[in-house]
Design a protein around this ligand. Structure first.
Ligand SMILES: *[C@@H]1O[C@H](CO)[C@@H](O)[C@H](O)[C@H]1NC(C)=O
Ligand SMILES: *[C@@H]1O[C@H](CO)[C@@H](O)[C@H](O)[C@H]1NC(C)=O
Length: 290
């Protein structure tokens, strides 16, 4: 029995290595320098290549014309750690493309045609460390919760997009953030910018180009100034100024309180009425007994 296994061993080894080779297809027009890397850089691809091995860890797809990736992509390729989609034609990302279970550490979506980053785009991808979103010339909206849950994110690139403003919560929600690139956007130095400016003052060490590298246009004459010439005082007329959302919150809470008060008094009145009726009924009964 034992000798039999020994006799079979080389045969088994040969069989399993053949199976491994068979199981490992490299997509046509891509290179696979090692068992975990698929490199399809600059192949003129207009969609994701077929037959990417399921255990791929590094997928290089930059300099192609890929317009979208399916939302279950990272469910399928759950070992993926490094995904480079730089310089493609992506216009949007399906919500839920990245999930909590994703192992993705590096994601490059720079130089695409993204227009907005809605909330929930990246799920709660806790492994993600570097996210590159720069050079998307139509990207003018980053929703407040766009990066919520990216607890490991250390580097975020949003440079050279079309952002004129950014809710400061987008950045203050990122506990591990070390580097943030925001230069080259058409920032508007109005009162909405004030909160972001204060955050940038406190976190200027996270800006690779410093405050000098960022410019914004003044609301009056549209003149471009470097953020380094501005100070907290530049926004002093914004102090005490409520934004539209603040107004809406105040109005809405006013309405809620009034409704609650009306409901409460209604209940109180009904309860009192009820007790009174109960009492008078009892008195009637007592009188009848007498
Ligand atoms: C982007 O991709 C196109 C198509 O492959 C290529 O011609 C161009 O040089 C690339 N741009 C950059 C900046 O790499
Ligand atoms: C990018 O989007 C804009 C409008 O959103 C469109 O005009 C342009 O053709 C798109 N470019 C590419 C390369 O898809």
């Amino acid at each position: 029995m034992f000798s039999c296994v020994r006799w079979f061993q080389p045969f088994l080894a040969l069989l399993s290595s053949t199976l491994l080779t068979w199981g490992y297809n490299c997509p046509s027009s891509c290179l696979c320098p090692d068992h975990h890397t698929v490199d399809c850089t600059g192949q003129g691809l207009t969609r994701l290549p077929d037959s990417i091995p399921l255990d791929v860890r590094r997928l290089l797809l930059s300099n192609n014309w890929i317009p979208w990736i399916p939302s279950d992509f990272l469910v399928l390729y759950s070992d993926l750690v490094y995904l480079d989609l730089r310089n493609n034609s992506l216009t949007r990302l399906e919500p839920g493309t990245l999930t909590t279970s994703s192992r993705l550490v590096y994601l490059d979506l720079g130089s695409n045609n993204l227009t907005e980053i809605p909330s929930g785009t990246f799920g709660e991808s806790r492994s993600l460390i570097k996210l590159r979103l720069g050079n998307n010339p139509y990207l003018n909206m980053v929703s407040k919760d766009a990066f919520a849950g990216l607890t490991s994110l250390r580097e975020l690139e949003l440079e050279r997009n079309a952002l004129s403003g950014l809710d400061v919560e987008v950045l203050s929600q990122l506990p591990s953030l070390r580097v943030i690139r925001l230069e080259g956007n058409p920032w508007l130095c109005n009162c909405n910018f004030a909160k972001l400016f204060l955050w940038l003052l406190e976190n200027r060490h996270k800006l690779p180009t410093g405050l000098d590298g960022m410019e914004c246009s003044l609301p009056g004459d549209g003149r471009q100034v470097s953020l380094s010439v501005l100070s907290e005082d530049s926004f002093r007329e914004c102090r005490g100024l409520l934004t539209l959302t603040d107004y809406l919150i105040v109005i809405f809470s006013g309405i809620c309180i009034s409704v609650a008060a009306i409901i409460a008094s209604f209940f109180l009145a009904s309860t009192i009425h009820c007790f009174q009726r109960l009492k008078s009924k009892r008195t009637d009964e007592e009188e009848a007994e007498d």
